[in-house]
Design a protein around this ligand. Structure first.
Ligand code: FE2
Ligand code: FE2
Length: 471
């Protein structure tokens, strides 16, 4: 473990200096990354931004804050510290020392897992590239840029693994990660939700709440990996991810808070004319982002994922806290299924049901968000409540992909769905309305009318701090 030197081209704590070949390979990828950032990253020109930069991984502080021009942001490679006696916690290799190199028999699977994770990181930057121009405040704009540069760093993290451990194929995959683009017709991103656009800030807050949270759970399973460099990489990424979760959680808080306030002050649900976002529209955006994020967990059952688990490549969320044998050979789980066309559940082996296990952890976490938003409504004295839609609602992947269901889980015919889906998912009118609110507020200390200010600023700074200097 070395202390990163910020005069180096690529700040890192992996002793890149000692491996000239790897260093040169990454240095030749670096300009391609930067030209990707220039052409696919944030479109609003800025002078500098008050950003957190990862500088170490230790307990005594791992980041520093300061105003930096974004093109000079020091994207680096940071792995959590190695614990020398770490052992594989699950699967057929349970109890064996973790691997410091890629085991030959799992090479293709590990590479695939890293590529899929790596593909999501730059995708979100692409999805969010036009949002700064319509930011509701400089504070929010700064948070957007923070999320963007860190997703860029997460791409670096995955590219490091590909370059360091997967030879020529790994280097080719690293190029492909810059070549595919969100929403592109000929080279789209791998997963569906990462090809949806993020055209407004309500979508951005929902995305960082629901879709980034999927990322948190995926990283949590890779953190358990027997391949130690992947585990340590994901452990450190989760640290940065916590801020993204905060942006989403408090972002939706503040939308709900503002709407509730306008509803109470004007004694009406119809707050659109008053410049706030009606709860019904917030619910539709929630329905959309939640359901597309559920799809990211894949089918209810998966033999691939069972094999990843048994091989020790990808564990469960908080694997070591589970009270079972960590091989799951004799266990079973109930998973969602269509039973003679009806929404129901069926018992399968715990190993093949691992996607369901992870999706359930995620759902429980999402419920905590809904709870806090409903607390805001109840504290405002309002009877209205938000809710997560049923797991069968608007699904494109898994057991319910072929059917339609309402948010409370009643099965619908295609015609009923077509007639009613505008009540549950954002319509063009809703989207146009939300877009119409997105007038930029780029003055220090000011905020858009549809959003409440945050309770706290960043790093102890006040809300009206000069978080971003525009050109
Ligand atoms: Fe990320
Ligand atoms: Fe993230």
């Amino acid at each position: 473990m070395t202390t990163p030197d910020y005069a180096e081209k690529i700040p890192n704590n992996v002793s890149l200096n000692d491996d000239r070949r790897l260093q040169r390979a990454l240095e030749s990828w670096q300009p391609n990354f930067l030209s990707w950032w220039e052409s696919m990253g944030p479109t609003l020109p800025t002078r500098d931004v008050y950003l957190r930069t990862a500088v170490n991984v230790g307990r005594e502080g791992w980041a520093h804050f300061g105003h930096v021009p974004m093109r000079d942001y020091r994207w680096g490679i940071f792995l959590a510290e190695r614990s020398p006696d770490r052992r594989i916690a699950f699967g057929a290799h349970k109890g064996e020392p973790t691997w410091q190199k890629v085991p030959g028999e799992y090479r293709a699977e590990l590479q695939r897992l890293i590529v899929i994770q790596g593909d999501t990181e730059p995708a979100s930057v692409e999805q969010q590239r036009n949002l700064a121009a319509i930011a509701p405040s400089l504070y929010d704009m700064r948070n957007l840029f923070q999320v963007n540069v860190e997703e860029g760093r997460h791409l670096w993290a995955m590219v490091y693994l590909l370059h360091a451990y997967f030879g020529r194929e790994g280097r080719e995959e690293a190029e492909e990660l810059l070549h595919r683009n969100s929403g592109s017709a000929d080279a789209p991103r791998i997963l569906g939700a990462f090809n949806e656009e993020t055209p407004d800030w309500l979508s951005f807050f929902m995305f960082t709440y629901f879709t980034d949270r999927d990322g948190k759970y995926q990283l949590g399973t890779l953190k358990e990996s027997g391949f130690d460099p992947l585990s340590r990489t994901c452990e450190f990424m989760l640290k940065e991810e916590a801020h993204h979760m905060m942006v989403g959680t408090t972002g939706v808080d503040r939308v709900v808070e503002r709407t509730a306030r306008v509803m109470v002050e004007s004694d009406t649900d119809d707050v659109a004319a008053l410049g706030a976002i009606p709860l019904a529209v917030i619910q539709k955006y929630l329905n959309f982002h939640y359901s597309v994020s559920l799809d990211l967990f894949g089918g209810e059952t998966s033999t691939n994922v069972a094999n990843y688990y048994t091989a020790g490549l990808k564990g469960r969320w908080l694997e070591e806290r589970r009270k079972d044998d960590h091989t799951l050979a004799d266990d079973s789980i109930m998973v969602d299924a269509l039973l003679e066309g009806e929404i129901g559940q069926v018992e399968v082996s715990a190993l093949t049901g691992l996607n369901t296990d992870l999706r359930r952890e995620y759902i429980a976490d999402c419920e905590s968000g809904v709870k806090r938003w409903n607390r805001i409504l109840s504290e405002a004295g309002l009877p209205h409540r938000l809710a997560l839609p049923h797991v069968a609602f608007n699904r494109k992947v898994g057991a319910f992909a072929g059917i339609e269901a309402s948010p409370v889980g009643e099965r619908l015919s295609a015609a009923e769905w077509a007639a009613r889906k505008g009540q549950w998912l954002p319509t063009d009118t809703d989207k146009t309305f939300v877009r119409s609110l997105m007038r930029p507020v780029h003055e220090r200390g000011k905020i858009a009318a549809w959003l409440a200010p945050p309770r706290n600023g960043i790093n102890g700074k006040p809300f009206d701090y000069d978080y971003v200097h525009l050109v």
